[in-house]
Each structure stands twice: as C-alpha cells, then as structure tokens.
Design a protein around this ligand. Structure first.
Ligand SMILES: Nc1ncnc2c1ncn2[C@@H]1O[C@H](COP(=O)(O)OP(=O)(O)OP(=O)(O)O)[C@@H](O)[C@H]1O
Ligand SMILES: [Mg+2]
Length: 237
C-alpha cells in the first residue's frame, strides 16, 4: 500500500528526516513511535506531499508520488487525520463532514449516514459548530472527516493526544474497528498501550532515523528499546 525508500526531508536548512524507509502493507496497521520532535509529523507530511522530501521515494499503491501535489495524492486514496484536529471551528459538524465528501466510486462508500452510524455522537451534534465540541468529539470529527474522503490508507497523527484515558481507549477501539473494516493505517502515537493494542508492526523514530523496527510482539518484549527511545519501560503494558 505504502512504501518509503530512504526519505530525506528538510525545513529550509534544517535536516530533519535523514533516510526514513518504512512499509505499510495492505490491510495492516503500522505504528510509528518516538518522542517529541523526532520527526513523526514530518514523516506524515512527507508522505502526503505537504513537505516533499528532497531525496528518496514515496510509493503509494505502487506509484511514485514523491513529486505529486498533496491534493492529488489524497485523491488517490490517502486520508489524513492531522495532529491537533484541524477542524473548521465556525462550521457545523455536518458542514465539516459534507465539505470533505468524496465517494471515489466505491461500492459501500463512507456517506454521511454511514459515518453517523459509526459515530452516533456526531449525529447528535450535527448542527453544533466545531469549536463547541469537546476534545473527544473534535477528534472523532477529524477521523470522520478523513473517512468521508473514502481513503484506502489512513495516516493518523497522534489521535489520542490530549484526551482522557477513557477517551484514549475509545479512540483505540475506533482504530481497531477501522482496521477490521479493511483500512491500511499508519498510526503516529505517543500513547504506547493504545498503539500496541492495535498495531501489527512497529517503527521507532529518533532524530529523523528509524532506530528500531519489529513486530508488535517483539517490540513488547524489548525493554531496552522501550526505555531508550520511548521512555516508558516502567509502565506495565
Ligand atoms: N515548520 C517547521 N519549520 C522548521 N522546523 C520544524 C518545522 N516543523 C517541525 N520542525 C522541527 O522538525 C523536527 C521534527 O518535528 P516533527 O513535528 O516532525 O516532530 P514530531 O515527532 O511529530 O513531534 P511531536 O511528538 O511533538 O508532534 C523538530 O526538531 C521540529 O522542531
Ligand atoms: Mg508531531
């Protein structure tokens, strides 16, 4: 579904991604873990063309998309759940959803009705303005909006950030259901238990390079990597 080959990305003269390679196989959920400022969001924006890599190749569904504009990449079936929930604050829930709608000729597309039955709370809040939603509702709207574009691959950048433990578990359940319904998912997370509960495969990024990759099970057993790059070896997982 998605392959990154030796991606190098800069902000001006700042050399941020220093050769990232990773893969998301069709139907799998891959977690990209790492501490603050290590390059997780830059990886996401390199994939979707918001910060195009200066070197390397991004391949989506077998096609080199490294030099494509981001709206064209999105149209090919890549949905972004951005960090910080960039919903439109002055638009209603329904308007936020309908303005993103794109069916992409799918058999059972994510329509407004289907999204509402997946997120009943958004149906209840349909006519409420975005800025009046709670943090959890805003996060659900952000995910729902990505679904309305009917993507095949979801890029999710810290969907649990700033949410209560209860809501983090709820977001984890939602991601598990999306995985179940066939999406390929690249999940950036700092909440380790949540990420490990849904991911099949783990990459750890530190200072713009991948410092560890393994199955989720191997990662769980690797106390050294967890302590060194995530800093949570003391947590029981
Ligand atoms: N627009 C920008 N201009 C210059 N430097 C930036 C910009 N955005 C991010 N950086 C720098 O690039 C590095 C990687 O940032 P990035 O946002 O990718 O990290 P992250 O892993 O997503 O962190 P977080 O967990 O805090 O979201 C950091 O050193 C950051 O300061
Ligand atoms: Mg980030």
């Amino acid at each position: 579904m998605l392959e990154l080959f030796d991606i190098h990305t800069y902000y001006g003269d700042s050399y941020i991604l220093q050769g990232i390679s990773l893969e998301v196989r069709e139907g799998s959920t891959v977690a990209l873990l790492g501490r603050n400022g290590m390059g997780k969001t830059t990886t996401i924006s390199s994939i979707i063309g918001l910060t195009p890599p200066r070197r390397g190749e991004v391949r989506f569904k077998g096609k080199n998309v490294s030099n494509l504009e981001s709206y064209k990449i999105a149209k090919m079936g890549m949905g972004l759940v951005p960090q910080g929930r960039h919903i439109f604050p002055s638009l209603t829930v329904k308007e936020n959803l309908t303005m993103s709608a794109r069916t992409r000729g799918k058999d059972n597309p994510w329509s407004l009705d289907r999204v509402y039955s997946f997120f009943p709370v958004l149906k209840e809040r349909a006519s409420i303005k975005g800025n009046l939603l709670s943090g959890g509702e805003q996060q659900m709207l952000t995910i729902a909006r990505a679904l309305m574009t009917n993507p095949d691959l979801l890029l999710m950048d810290e969907p649990s950030e700033g949410l209560s433990p209860l809501l983090v578990r709820e977001i984890g359940r939602i991601i598990a259901q999306l995985k179940e319904s066939g999406f390929s998912i690249l999940l950036v997370e700092q909440n380790l238990p949540m990420a490990l509960s849904v991911a099949d495969y783990i990459y750890v990024i530190s200072k713009g390079t991948i410092v560890h990759q393994s199955t989720t099970k191997e990662f769980k057993d690797n106390e050294e990597i967890k302590a060194r790059y995530i800093g949570v070896a003391h947590e029981s997982i």
